[in-house]
Design a protein around this ligand. Structure first.
Ligand SMILES: CC(C)(COP(=O)(O)OP(=O)(O)OC[C@H]1O[C@@H](n2cnc3c(N)ncnc32)[C@H](O)[C@@H]1OP(=O)(O)O)[C@@H](O)C(=O)NCCC(=O)NCCS
Length: 161
């Protein structure tokens, strides 16, 4: 856990729980401030209501949603589809705290896989800090043409990458 988190944040005031439909106004507000091609309400609704492989979570701080993650359990692969922290709460260790939670949820899978924009330094650094390696580059992966690194962490015994 980050030292910064301990100094500035009351750990007792943090709750991580499943995302609900009633959370979506707050989630969408963060999403729109975080990405150039934000997910729409329907994307989140699909994850909450229809996608049986999805684990969608929010992080609350004193009752306010300040972050979320969408993860998929995909046949031995745990896949991070989306993660964000509200801009005003970044740099405090909360993204690492939420990402650590997703890592704990991936413990029974073989691999944890994610895509990240090649120029997204904060996210790249976070994933490298957590032991992820770049597996390969997906060219033109994002709608604006930016490439993605596919990153992976081996979680439990089986064929190693
Ligand atoms: C990526 C993101 C979730 C990180 O959340 P955060 O709460 O700001 O991160 P933390 O404060 O927990 O920092 C954890 C680690 O992330 C990395 N990091 C975070 N901000 C960074 C920055 N501005 N520059 C470089 N590294 C950074 C560091 O490795 C840091 O560890 P350290 O403090 O020991 O150096 C956040 O920046 C975000 O929501 N970005 C917009 C959405 C996004 O890009 N999501 C990822 C899609 S793949």
């Amino acid at each position: 856990m980050s030292g910064i988190l301990k100094e500035h944040i009351d750990l007792e005031a943090i709750q991580i729980r499943p995302m609900r439909i009633g959370d979506l106004d707050q989630v969408l507000a963060i999403e729109e401030k975080s990405f150039s091609n934000p997910w729409k309400r329907d994307h989140f609704l699909y994850e909450i209501k229809n996608n049986k492989l999805s684990e969608s979570i929010v992080m609350e701080y004193n009752g306010q949603i300040i972050g979320y993650a969408i993860c998929w359990h995909l046949f031995e692969e745990f896949h991070l589809a989306n993660i964000a922290i509200a801009p005003e709460y970044r740099g405090l260790g909360l993204g690492e705290y939420l990402f650590d939670y997703t890592l704990s949820r991936a413990q029974n899978e073989q691999y944890y896989v994610l895509e990240v924009r090649v120029n997204n330094l904060p996210a790249l650094k976070l994933y490298q800090k957590k032991g992820f390696s770049i597996l390969f580059t997906r060219k033109n992966y994002y709608p604006d043409g930016e490439d993605a690194f596919v990153m992976v962490k081996h979680m439990k015994s089986g064929d190693n990458v």
